[in-house]
Design a protein around this ligand. Structure first.
Ligand SMILES: C[S@@+](CC[C@H](N)C(=O)[O-])C[C@H]1O[C@@H](n2cnc3c(N)ncnc32)[C@H](O)[C@@H]1O
Length: 156
């Protein structure tokens, strides 16, 4: 199952980019034997100030046809890392080809796109900067793959 991360904004060179790339590379390496990944980042930017709905159009166009959509949203479902790993494995075992995580911009994700999503994942009730959310998602993808592979990274 291929994984896309469709996100508003550009992650420039710097510590967040390094962490993000590192976790995503680890996910790709660990996920290969599990038929998970590779993961691909698709960044969208609306330079005309069209707000959430313009961003939603760009994000929707970036989502591959037939992909499962999982939004990242503080109002979404909070889950444990093992439960997240189990959910990824369930989607893979259902034969889904593409899983697309959607991360919004400063205003969040347009309600219409939120309503279309198959799932919504929360990293808690606090609002995190969207660039950090990318890093956290990349780390959780790597952690999930490690859990499914029976590796030592997730010790709980
Ligand atoms: C700065 S936040 C925007 C918050 C905005 N006020 C809203 O209503 O969604 C930018 C993006 O980061 C992600 N995000 C921020 N906090 C999150 C959390 N606690 N859990 C999951 N995703 C989060 C969401 O994708 C959000 O659209």
């Amino acid at each position: 199952m291929r994984v896309q991360i469709c996100a508003v904004g550009r992650l420039r060179k710097g510590p967040e980019r390094e962490l993000y790339d590192d976790y995503l590379n680890r996910f790709d390496r660990t996920g290969r034997a599990l038929a998970l990944g590779p993961a691909q980042l698709i960044e969208v930017e609306d330079k005309k100030g069209g707000g959430m709905s313009a961003e939603a159009d760009l994000l929707s166009r970036a989502v591959p046809d037939g992909a499962l959509i999982c939004t990242l949203d503080e109002r979404g479902k909070v889950m444990s890392s093992p439960d997240f790993a189990a959910l990824l494995a369930k989607w893979r075992d259902q034969g889904r080809q593409d899983l697309c995580f959607v991360i919004g911009g400063a205003d969040g994700i347009d309600p219409g796109l939120r309503a279309r999503a198959d799932a919504s994942l929360s990293f808690g009730k606090m609002v995190w900067p969207h660039m950090l959310v990318r890093v956290m998602l990349a780390e959780q993808l790597y952690r999930a793959a490690s859990i499914l592979a029976g590796g030592p990274y997730h010790r709980a």
